[in-house]
Design a protein around this ligand. Structure first.
Ligand code: UTP
Length: 416
């Protein structure tokens, strides 16, 4: 241990992070060992460059933003059935798997536990996980298959998530046969001086590395290998917090196969030109999603000859990928975005700091930054009321909250 401690001290000195060992002596043996291991795993150069990036304007004003083509699911005419038949065949042949990203912290919702365990207040009191699973089972039945389900958790919520599934008998799924859990990556949180934080447990304060971490984690944790063994070719990746998510859509799969694209995404049309959502576009010719804050008012209001918004297709985290595309995307690091968040930590004098306003930086990769890896992808506009009922905020916010999601869910499933 002494040699290891010496090595770690040298690393910390090099990077000006010596404070991480301030309370080392007060830890028990297992925590001491864990802390040293965690420090050894930190990519300090990466953390430094991420911290430096917090001081810079990330936007590249030279980026050329142009609209991207999309198809409207309900204006496909005869092609609807054509695409649907292609997709149905692929599903029946067991070529589809789904991934639910459930590694987020759900801070805005404020639920004590993994977001997927949240009960949105239906009479059935089903959790988000169960609602998603109901949808999968119903679709699987239609095609005579069990659609493999992969769930991404974080180190923070993995144990609780797996325990919840176990208590509910995996909702009829079979763990390690058609239900798989995998844990996403993490990065240390830093304060405004670039110092890495120590959490309440005396260990490094780590935070999940964003939904963009899904590709790398799927590959690293052996999930794409597993998918190939199961004969899977297409993977729908969605969030845990959309209780109307339609993970099994033959039309979307049919379009991807027919158009020979490796990524096909769903969109819903913006509620109004200035809705604060990310929209599909092309950035320097490549598919991308641009934040509302990155386009001008003029662009936000621009319309095509049919009166449709040129930048009106919102990204709803409902995307289909070929297994090949996931593996390629997982091989290349994505850029990290900075979020300024509240983080409880132990300061250099050993005091617990519980902030009431943001005090630390968290670094997250965004799933859609990988879209620029492909030359082309399909965007399919679907109906908001059929496929998008997000649970982001608590009821006080009044939007994208349990109440609004519950109403949309009930309406769609005729529960009133
Ligand atoms: P959000 O970006 O809405 O974040 O995630 P969140 O963690 O649920 O909520 P806030 O921002 O803390 O309030 C969209 C989807 O991506 C998943 C979430 O679980 C959700 O399904 N996600 C997000 C991850 O799986 N990992 C992450 O690191 C971030």
């Amino acid at each position: 241990m002494d040699d290891k401690l010496k090595e770690v001290k040298a690393i910390l000195k090099k990077y000006g992070q010596e404070h991480l060992l301030n309370h080392y002596d007060k830890l028990d043996e297992s925590h001491k060992k864990k802390l040293l291991e965690e420090i050894e795993e930190i990519d300090f150069d990466l953390v430094n460059s991420l911290y430096e990036s917090t001081k810079k304007e990330l936007k590249n004003s030279k980026d050329e933003i142009t609209p991207i083509d999309y198809l409207d699911k309900f204006k496909l005419g005869d092609k609807y059935k054509y695409y649907e038949d292609i997709g149905k065949k692929a599903i029946k042949e067991g070529k589809l798997a789904t991934v639910t990203m459930a590694g987020g912290q759900g801070t805005r919702l404020g639920h004590d536990g993994p977001k997927g365990t949240y009960d949105i207040g239906l009479d059935s009191h089903k959790s988000l996980f169960e609602l998603l699973c109901d949808g999968l089972k119903e679709e699987g039945k239609k095609y005579g298959v069990t659609i493999p389900w992969f769930i991404m958790t974080s180190k923070e919520n993995n144990d609780e998530t797996v325990k919840f599934f176990k208590e509910h008998k995996y909702f009829g799924y079979e763990k390690d046969k058609n239900l798989f859990f995998f844990i996403q990556g993490e990065l240390p949180m830093v304060d405004t001086e670039g110092k890495i934080l120590i959490g309440e447990d005396g260990l490094i304060k780590l935070a999940a590395d964003g939904h963009g971490g899904v590709y790398e984690s799927l590959v690293k944790d052996g999930m794409t290998k597993k998918m190939r063994e199961l004969g899977v070719e297409w993977v729908f990746i969605g969030g845990v917090d959309n209780c109307l998510v339609n993970m099994v859509d033959p039309v979307l799969i049919g379009i991807a196969i027919d158009k020979k694209v490796t990524v096909a995404c769903k969109s819903v049309v913006k509620a109004n030109p200035h809705e604060k959502v990310g929209v599909f576009c092309r950035k320097n010719g490549k598919p991308n999603v641009i934040e509302y804050s990155e386009i001008t008012d003029e662009m936000a209001e621009a319309r095509d000859k049919d009166g449709e918004l040129l930048y009106g297709e919102s990204h709803i985290l409902c995307n289909l990928f070929s297994v090949d595309a996931i593996e390629r995307m997982g091989a290349e690091p994505l850029p990290y975005h900075v979020a300024y968040k509240k983080a409880t930590y132990i300061d250099k004098d050993g005091n617990l700091v519980v902030p009431d306003s943001p005090n630390a930086y968290k670094f997250e990769a965004f799933l859609f930054d990988a879209f620029s890896e492909v030359d082309d992808m399909a965007v399919l506009r679907v109906k908001r009321e059929e496929e998008f009922a997000p649970v982001k905020n608590s009821d006080e916010a009044g939007v994208d909250c349990p109440k609004t999601a519950r109403e949309l869910y009930k309406k769609f499933h005729h529960l009133d």
